[in-house]
Design a protein around this ligand. Structure first.
Ligand SMILES: [Mn+2]
Length: 338
């Protein structure tokens, strides 16, 4: 029987909540007229926008004043096309006299800085639990064995008798599934993932249309950026470790933005010899590294942790200041696990 972690306030009793009862338990308390903000992580990906859109729309359908609180406006046009189906508001419109729910973001450091001081009532995530995460949110619905926040959310909605009758909710849930599983190719893809995909497909989601919408949307500028990305490929450990780098100047030269690099890291793993891929993005103030591996035998989260980052076994990352980053040290850390 799945349960949900409960972090009661000091004056409130703790009450174990069964996963299947979570929405029934929490929805009445959200129905007091205050806005309900659904928040996701910064630099949101398909699962972040998918879970944010699906939950906001679901609450909206229940006539609750739910809004997707958009804290990072640099999202791709494709993801924007999903989000634009639900009521939204920006950080400048945020009021603390509200309810807050986080999706695909299990600890405070994942959400916008301006929101970290406010308590969240519900957290829905699939990232491995961290010490910082354990105290974030009253009800913590963390299912780290599941592929995506959208998969967790699909189960929650199904347990609450959602009839899968709203194409906007269904498409958004499917968006998260295909984004985080790399269209059912990554190691987090399993029978449960397909069961959820089947449920959504039977309800009317068109897999072909969704893939076209998500992946067949590249501009010439993006292809040019990818060309630069490929020209920078470097190999270590006999080709088992593949690196590439982009800088601010590359985005400027091609007229692109950092959001245009979705999926780049995984594509480095197409190389026959590749076991680990590292994508390094450099700006004058920040280095951001995305790590991917082909197999859980090469744990990327342990490497990311060394640098203050986190993530899943096969997909993790970290950020640091340029003066503390050393590519040689990163190569050494990766050699230890390959
Ligand atoms: Mn996710």
């Amino acid at each position: 029987m799945k349960t949900v972690a409960d972090n009661p306030l000091p004056h409130e009793p703790s009450s174990a909540v069964l996963f299947d009862d979570l929405l029934a338990k929490i929805l009445p308390s959200l129905n007091d007229g205050r806005p309900i903000y659904v928040v996701t992580h910064e630099r949101p990906d398909g699962d972040a926008i998918g879970s944010q859109t699906a939950l906001t729309r679901y609450l909206y359908n229940l006539h609750l004043p739910a809004f997707a609180l958009c804290t990072d406006d640099k999202i791709s046009e494709t993801l924007r096309s999903f989000l634009d189906n639900v009521p939204q508001c920006s950080l400048s419109e945020f009021t603390p006299n509200s309810h807050r729910i986080a999706v695909d973001a299990g600890d405070a450091s994942r959400v916008a800085e301006a929101l970290r001081e406010y308590p969240f009532e519900l957290v829905i995530d699939h990232h491995p639990e961290t010490a910082a995460g354990a105290v974030f949110g009253r009800y913590r619905c963390i299912q780290s064995h599941q592929s995506s926040a959208c998969e967790v959310l699909t189960d929650l909605l199904e347990a609450h008798a959602y009839l899968f009758d709203d194409p906007i909710v269904n498409d958004a849930l499917y968006l998260g599934l295909i984004s985080d599983t790399g269209n059912f190719c990554n190691t987090n893809t399993n029978a449960e993932t397909f069961r959820h995909a089947e449920r959504l497909t039977r309800a009317g989601v068109r897999p072909h249309t969704m893939v076209q919408r998500l992946y067949k949307s590249q501009t010439l500028q993006q292809l040019r950026l990818y060309e630069i990305f490929l020209s920078r490929v470097r190999l270590y450990a006999d080709g088992a470790i593949v690196f590439s780098t982009l800088t601010e100047a590359d985005y400027e030269a091609t007229g692109t933005r950092r959001t245009y690099t979705e999926g780049f890291t995984s594509r480095l793993l197409l190389l026959k010899t590749a076991k680990i891929a590292a994508f390094i993005e450099k700006t004058s103030t920040l280095v951001k590294v995305s790590l991917r591996s082909v197999d859980p035998a090469y744990p990327m989260n342990t490497v990311a942790q060394k640098w203050g980052g986190f993530g899943h076994v096969c997909a993790a990352g970290f950020k640091c200041e340029p003066n503390v980053f050393s590519e040689e040290e990163l190569v050494e850390s990766l050699r230890e696990v390959v």
